[in-house]
Design a protein around this ligand. Sequence first.
Ligand code: NAD
Ligand code: WQD
Length: 345
Amino acid sequence: MRILVTGGAGYIGSHTVLSLQEAGHEVVVIDNLVNSSEESLRRVAELSGTPLTFRLVDLVDEAAVDAVFTEYPVDAVIHFAGLKAVGESVREPLMYYHNNLVGTLNLLRAMDRHGVRSIVFSSSATVYGEHNPIPYVEKMEIGANNPYGRTKEQIEDILADLGAADGRWHIALLRYFNPVGAHPSGRIGEDPQGIPNNLVPFIAQVAVGRREKLMVFGGDYDTPDGTCLRDYIHVVDLAEGHVAALDHVAGRAGVFRWNLGSGKGSSVLEVLHSFEKAAGRPIPYELTGRRAGDLPAFWADAASALADLSWSTTRTVDEMCADHWCWQKNNPHGYNALGAPHMTE
Ligand code: NAD
Ligand code: WQD
């Protein structure tokens, strides 16, 4: 199939583009590069040995989005493009609602006009909110507790309404847990701008000497070692989950929801120690206060994806840390070829 990938230059997108190419699909990427670099796509093409098409397009520009569908007839869309930082979304809700919702509406309207009615959407475990028991199951009522998460919930609602109104749509809503790691080649990986918000990118920058120490947010949770538990998933497992979901929905109309996680929780300190093993060096850290909005523990019930897609995670936290470290040590300043620090550092 020929697949349009929005946000394909980003972290999860670039790994998924590679998996799609490896599965024999042709790929067209659109991205505005607000949080990524075209270099990721150059490296994806180098790894796969297969060219891909890239168009610099902002999804909020409806005419530009439409023009892509005119130029490239595609069979399906995987929609990653969006802003994703929870804290920033609290400070800048209008920016998040505008970018994520308007961008998605422009995309869906263009798809409808061009008769492309298969979509795989990047949702998030954050939609489960704080009221659900763990593990999270797809049929639970959702209710995000921050603007970023609400954009995901609202887009899920839009897609569910669309599927209910028009039986020609094939829709997969994928709720990712905590993606970490990198392609084992060390050529592509996560390249956060400024101070990383997420645990593993922060640890990686401490390990490589860009930051002094990790601040562990809360050591007094009701968990085995007092730190929060999360369901970490290797980004290559996640990428392969998209290929499986795409194959499944391509043949079936309807709206499908799948958790993409391992079904197992790991603590902050377990991840830290696993990264120390991978890097072969101690990683300084300090226990500090809890971060606002953090939940003590959550992980996926991963049974539906296994039953429906024959997909489950195969890579361990140790492999996530080893591959993340390989990427970080080979690219200490990410895709920035000059090795200069980012402007915001
Ligand atoms: P990322 O920032 O690396 O990738 C997102 C891409 O979208 C970037 O390349 C960015 O430049 C692009 N983009 C943003 N707004 C755009 C617009 N208006 N037009 C065109 N391109 C635009 O993030 P990621 O970690 O790869 O996440 C991909 C998707 O998965 C996002 O939708 C994110 O919300 C979702 N998600 C991520 C995580 C995570 O922890 N990384 C977890 C759950 C869900
Ligand atoms: C993991 C654990 C922190 C940084 C976020 C989003 C979620 C989803 C995935 C997009 C927590 C602790 C972290 C640090 C720390 N993204 N931590 N020191 O918060 O589970 O999920 O990313 O959809 O929506 O909220 O991931 O990596 O930020 O944190 O101690 O410097 O690591 O407190 O327990 P989180 P995270």
